[in-house]
Design a protein around this ligand. Structure first.
Ligand code: ADP
Ligand code: MG
Length: 287
């Protein structure tokens, strides 16, 4: 039978907006020594804004309209930023055969027969499209665009840290979590800048969803006990593989929430340490 104290623990957590899907996870979370976090939507707001547009040959506005017509077929926060920035007129453009390539970006056909690509470096490499390597050095998220097999320009997009992200990281270290890691599909230079701001031990960018799983499996092989915290559709596999899988419910996708052992029902990363603390308090009551 489940000791009474666990019901108290689950109740206390739920008053704090944290849903434990079983009393075993209250216990497990007290043993965690490593917390692995997703970047976009977990530590950053996941609300992007267009900062700058550079079009090589096309009129800037025409370029934006074409990219927005393609991005209108994606739910990615990057896509939403571009669509919002473009206004409404892109709806007159005809777009077809849209394909979303996870961790890369989008591909489609525009104005009947022109191919259009919008995404990161990996996407352009995949389709053998040359571009200025200096663009990889920009420390903001950059959407590279190719039209008919030729590089056509780029859109710079920025996301901001959540208000309590820094506090959350400090509180986790104070709670004796040994290692904090950030994993992201975004490029390394953006990931490094954010890791620096937060004071993280380790941050790996350029990862596909399956790479995040491998990274967590590798950390487990080092004998660590791992909590993973993520929000995205792409995060469900890695949430499953962690010792304690956590989903941020504020913006979180249903798939990640479904896969999680613990759901944080707000979008505050500081709730990660609250969950750990509730686990410790419960343990003291139970034993
Ligand atoms: P994260 O791990 O940061 O949540 P994702 O795996 O969702 O990131 O995406 C990784 C990268 O793939 C993004 O940083 C972006 O470069 C690219 N990408 C994904 N979807 C899109 C899209 N709809 N438009 C442009 N780029 C995209
Ligand atoms: Mg994400």
């Amino acid at each position: 039978s489940i000791p009474l104290g666990y019901f108290g623990g689950i109740g206390a957590a739920s008053k704090n907006g944290i849903l434990f899907k079983g009393s075993n996870f209250l216990d497990q979370i007290t043993r965690i020594d490593t917390v692995v976090m997703d970047k976009t939507g977990t530590l950053t707001k996941g609300v992007f804004e267009v900062q700058d547009v550079v079009a090589d040959n096309l009129e800037k506005n025409d370029f934006v309209q074409m990219v927005a017509a393609l991005e209108a077929h994606s739910n990615h926060p990057i896509a939403q930023a571009i669509v919002k920035y473009a206004g409404d007129t892109f709806k007159e453009l005809s777009i077809a055969e849209v394909e979303e390539i996870p961790g890369h970006g989008l591909k489609g056909k525009i104005n009947d027969n022109q191919t259009i690509l919008a995404g990161n470096e990996k996407l352009l490499y995949k389709f053998n499209i040359p571009f200025d390597e200096k663009l990889s050095m920009l420390s903001d998220t950059t959407v590279l665009v190719a039209i008919n097999g030729k590089f056509a320009g780029y859109i710079i997009i920025a996301d901001t840290l959540k208000e309590d992200a820094k506090i959350a990281i400090k509180a986790l270290y104070d709670a004796k979590i040994k290692t904090l890691v950030m994993l992201s599909g975004d490029k390394q230079i953006v990931v490094d800048r954010i890791a620096d701001q937060l004071g993280l031990d380790k941050a790996v960018g350029g990862l596909l969803p399956e790479d995040k799983v491998k990274e967590v499996e590798r950390l487990k092989e080092e004998g660590r006990l791992i909590a993973f915290v993520g929000d995205g559709i792409n995060d469900a596999p890695v949430v499953t593989v962690a010792d304690v899988g956590m989903a941020m419910g504020g913006l979180g996708s249903d798939a990640a929430i479904e896969a999680a052992d613990v759901v944080i029902q707000t979008d505050q990363p500081s709730k990660i340490v609250t969950a750990v603390k509730v686990g410790h308090v419960t343990k003291r009551i139970v034993w």
